[in-house]
Design a protein around this ligand. Structure first.
Ligand code: ATP
Ligand code: MG
Ligand code: MG
Ligand code: MG
Length: 443
């Protein structure tokens, strides 16, 4: 009889029918000489496939190894009642014919994987590791979350744009720039699309982009990549308070979309992190000054054993100790102007401080940074001079303040960090397909 070509995802609808399925041997189990169980994987799911009698006594069946690709024909059958074999979907494929497409010789790197081996060895073999159950689950969850983030922005009427990746401007300062030759001139890989988004709001209104940003991070930490997926948005005619509400709205709406029972991929997030919950609005707010005080009150000290002072940058370790103690999302507001970039708007009641905010999440620390932007032309030029930046490269950016300036601000969310929090992942590399970190540019 003819067989319909199907994906494992659709196998339930094809019970009692003969189908053709192609995929990879995820697991193999032999019971005596006349029974062979294959757990087949095709990216859409897993299916138990049963080979009996002659089918499993051929040379190819006897030498079959995991990770080989195969074509299987057979009938999708409900598991017999009381069956002691557990199979996903409660059905299995009773194979009547099969073909090997390509073997996977044992001795390949798979043997060392899925065990907690050396970090770099795992990354060297990432192209194989991603076939594993846990890693492929994380990557599917990443696809889902990206989709929900995009939906969130589109539902609110924000326009998606695609700013350039090759730029001549710096948003985060020189030390983390990747420099390149551009037709004989110096250019950089973008650190953030923010400046471009700011230039678009007078044309398209509120805008967002989902794009890679590049930063030469000089040390290996568990939350820094050299290339990360940056979700950035920029809004016109807003106040700092509006911006804080938009940040809460983003996080809560994406979490609600994840927990929506109509979402078929929802189960996946709970399989990875059973404790996942949408946080309650409004998020707790602390000023930077209150954070410095909190660190002191809770005896969280600098590396040199002294207390943090106002104006000190709060390093990753101290930030995480604090947020793990507080154990809820925190919006840290009003950072000192001294170490915020040139575009950050100063507070009207204290020019030493800025209308800026970081969103901290338990287990990760900062997952989002946001600020209102300086709208006054003279103030912007003054900031360029203060930060020792040559303003001429930024003519197109400053022009915005000359030709109809407006109050505006926006945020940047790191997708991989957001995933670390949602899925409770210990390391940012777990949330990334092919991580780029210090000294690593492969695979
Ligand atoms: P950090 O303090 O952790 O170095 P940042 O303050 O330099 O981060 P921003 O410039 O505020 O980062 O960028 C906005 C968001 O982009 C961050 O909150 C974070 O989620 C993400 N992000 C920034 N740098 C990285 C990186 N190297 N790897 C992964 N995500 C990053
Ligand atoms: Mg940084
Ligand atoms: Mg930061
Ligand atoms: Mg930041």
């Amino acid at each position: 009889p003819t067989a319909k070509v199907i994906k494992i995802r659709d196998s339930t609808e094809h019970r009692e029918r003969r189908v053709k399925i192609q995929g990879w041997v995820h697991h193999l189990r032999r019971e005596g000489k006349k029974l062979l169980f294959i757990q087949l994987r095709d990216g859409t799911g897993y299916l138990q496939c049963v080979l009996t009698n002659l089918l499993c006594s051929t040379y190819e069946a006897i030498t079959l190894t995991t990770e080989s690709s195969v074509t299987l024909f057979g009938k999708v059958m409900e598991l017999p009642p009381g069956s002691h074999h557990k199979a996903p979907g409660d059905h299995e494929l009773i194979v009547d014919y099969w073909e090997l497409i390509c073997g996977a010789p044992s001795g390949g790197p798979y043997s060392v994987l899925d065990k907690n081996t050396n970090f770099d060895l795992q990354l060297d073999n990432r192209h194989i590791v991603i076939r594993g159950t846990n890693t492929s689950k994380n990557l599917k969850a990443a696809s889902l979350v990206t989709q929900l983030i995009r939906e969130h922005h589109l539902d609110r009427g924000y326009m998606e744009v695609h700013p350039p990746c090759i730029v001549q401007t710096k948003t985060e300062g020189g030390s983390s720039l990747f420099e390149l030759q551009y037709y004989g001139k110096k250019a950089y890989l973008t650190q953030s699309s923010q400046l471009y988004l700011e230039s678009v709001i007078a044309a398209l209104g509120d805008v967002f982009c989902i794009q890679k940003s590049f930063r030469a991070e000089k040390s290996r930490t568990r939350r820094h990549l050299s290339e990360f997926t940056h979700i950035e948005a920029e809004f016109n005619f807003i106040t700092f308070e509006n911006l804080l509400e938009k940040i809460e709205d983003l996080v809560v709406s994406v979490c609600d979309r994840i927990t929506n029972p109509n979402n078929p991929l929802r189960q996946l997030v709970f399989e990875i992190n059973p404790d996942f919950r949408t946080p309650r609005r409004p998020f707790k707010r602390m000023s930077y000054t209150e954070v410095i005080q909190y660190l002191k009150d809770n005896n969280i000290k600098k590396k040199d054993g002294t207390y943090f002072q106002p104006k000190d940058d709060i390093p990753e370790g101290a930030e995480r100790t604090m947020i793990n103690k507080l154990n809820e999302p925190i919006l840290v507001c009003r950072f000192p102007a001294a170490w915020k970039p040139f575009y950050t708007k100063k507070c009207s009641d204290d020019p030493q401080l800025t209308e800026s905010v970081d969103l901290l999440m338990p287990g990760v620390g900062e997952i989002l940074g946001a600020s209102m932007r300086t709208e006054n032309y003279d103030e912007l030029i003054k900031a360029f001079i203060e930060k020792k930046i040559e303003p001429s490269t930024y003519y197109w950016y400053s022009d915005q303040r000359k030709f109809g300036s407006c109050a505006h601000g926006g945020y940047g969310l790191g997708l991989e960090r957001f995933l670390m929090w949602i899925l409770k992942l210990p390391h940012i590399c777990d949330a990334c397909l092919y991580p780029r970190i210090l000294d690593r540019c492969k695979p």
